[in-house]
Design a protein around this ligand. Sequence first.
Ligand code: FEO
Length: 172
Amino acid sequence: MMMPEIEQAFNRQVNAETYSAFLYLSMSTFLESKGLRGMASWMRIQFDEEMVHAMKFIDFINERGGRALLGAMEAPPTEWDSPRAVYEAALEHESKVTGLINDLVDLAIKEKDHAAATFLQWFVNEQVEEESTVHDILDKFALGGDHPGFLYMLDAELGQRAPVAADEGITP
Ligand code: FEO
């Protein structure tokens, strides 16, 4: 059984992960509208990953005898100043999510919910990877600036990102 406080906090994270998914989908359509199909594809895969995250929380809540609830969600932004600004916003967003995950770990430890704390370890590691990946992309932007030739090359590189594997998809 889950303690109500943890169940509510996990449900808020379902909302946060779903928001993340919509944020990246919005970034994807923005980048597509600028002709950056590789970056748009990268963001669409990011959308898929965030839906996997949301589903992991939903499944965990339900497995523990709780009830996963879907609530209203804030609309994501639709415009950014540049492709680089999109990735800067992505990093800022992931930093916030890392804070949310850390807060959940603190709560699980405080309530001595070891199953929840163990479950959350996957997300702790995932956040390190997510922040690092976007950091690397921003380092490339810093090297190449907004030069069209550089954007063309980076777009092609980011378009090579592999999709979420079928066995990591959102349907069990
Ligand atoms: Fe689900 Fe990008 O954190």
